[in-house]
Design a protein around this ligand. Structure first.
Ligand code: UFG
Length: 325
């Protein structure tokens, strides 16, 4: 049994991580400032409401509740569109906040961190599938902020012996099949929850497809949707890896299959069993046309294997969560 600190454990991906670790009999402490997370998603009693920008509170909490075998860091501002209109909150939370966290880790003798990174570090793809050697030219401040932290972690590995794994998620989707936790944001901007909320009549406006003139077969953006529980298992494999290896590592996580916005709507229609009305709309700022992962390296080096390979199955788990809320 290991003891983990999950920062951002009240959020969508963080709460699934906590669920995964607890199911596998590990001890979990959660820090979250509940700015975008929900107390109802915190699955452990060991919870502190802490902002990573508050270094003093962070250090006190590390001393009170640590030591931890590994820190898993999900706290971030993560909306591509918002990062274009208000970049300062992205750089402050994602970069300054992480620097604070790393300072506290160094001061308290913690040397292992798994960091939530993103496909948004790559920018517009220069190849069909994106592997770890693909150039990184982010086209939005969100992707820039995550790439900055990736570089910081490389330098910290060399200078201070900090061990790290940056996991570049493509599009996190779905929910734990228990239906107890799932994707919740307020406001919601993500495609799959927006589709399902429109089906449930929980949105005021009709669902919109942002952009129909992209260089893709049907003109809408293509993304690689990966089940949130498969992300959790990758984090655990990453922890096992840095237990054995020093250094800073980066892996891309997706299922290697792309679906357009219109494909996702059609698949959701099958899951919910009825037509889903939508409007065609302008492009959303900061959206790359197509993002598909090549996750071969994560599979080979970490021994990770995604279990949810069908989009229909992924959307079904999201639907099971949303329809019962
Ligand atoms: N979209 C719509 N209508 C909606 C919502 C989204 O057409 O109501 C479109 C978007 O324009 C985009 C696609 O659906 O083309 C996916 O959008 P999401 O908002 O679901 O996800 P993003 O691809 O923008 O971003 C997500 C994460 C980021 C991460 C990125 C990496 O939110 O943190 O995946 O691929 F960086």
């Amino acid at each position: 049994m290991a003891k983990f600190l999950v920062l951002g454990g009240a959020g969508y991906i963080g709460s699934h991580m906590v669920n995964y670790l607890q199911k596998n009999h590990h001890q979990v402490v959660v820090f979250d400032n509940l700015s975008t997370g929900f107390e109802g998603l915190v699955l452990t009693e060991q919870f502190r409401n802490i902002d990573i920008l508050d270094s003093e509170a962070l250090k006190t909490a590390f001393n009170d509740l640590g030591p931890f075998d590994c820190v898993i860091h999900f706290c971030a501002k993560s909306l591509v569109g918002e990062s274009k209109t208000d970049p300062k909150i992205y750089y402050r939370n994602n970069v300054t906040g992480t620097l604070n966290l790393l300072d506290v880790m160094l001061q308290t003798g913690h040397d292992k961190i798994i960091f939530s990174s993103t496909a948004a570090t790559f920018g517009v793809p220069e190849s069909e599938e994106i592997d770890e050697s693909h150039p990184t030219h982010p086209i939005n401040p969100y992707g820039q902020s995550k790439l900055m932290v990736e570089k910081i972690l490389s330098d910290y590995a060399e200078a201070y012996g900090m061990r790290s794994v940056c996991l570049r998620y493509f599009n996190a989707a779905g929910a734990d099949p228990s239906g107890k936790i799932g994707e919740l944001h307020d406001p919601e901007t993500h495609l799959i929850p927006n589709i399902l909320k429109s089906v449930l009549g929980q949105t005021e406006a009709t669902l919109k497809v942002f952009g129909t003139d992209y260089p893709t077969p049907d003109g809408s953006c293509i993304r690689d949707y990966i089940h949130v529980n498969d992300l959790s298992s990758a984090h655990f494999k990453a922890f096992e890896y840095i237990e054995k290896h020093t250094g800073a590592y980066r892996y891309n996580l997706g299922i290697g299959n792309g679906f357009s916005v219109l494909d996702v709507i059609r698949t959701a229609e099958k899951v919910v069993g009825k037509p889903i009305p939508f409007d065609l709309a302008e492009r959303r700022a900061g959206d790359p046309p197509k993002l598909i992962a090549d996750s071969t390296r994560a599979q080979k080096e970490l021994g990770w294997q995604p279990q949810f390979l069908e989009l229909e199955e992924i959307i079904q788990t999201a639907w099971d969560f949303h329809k019962n809320r």
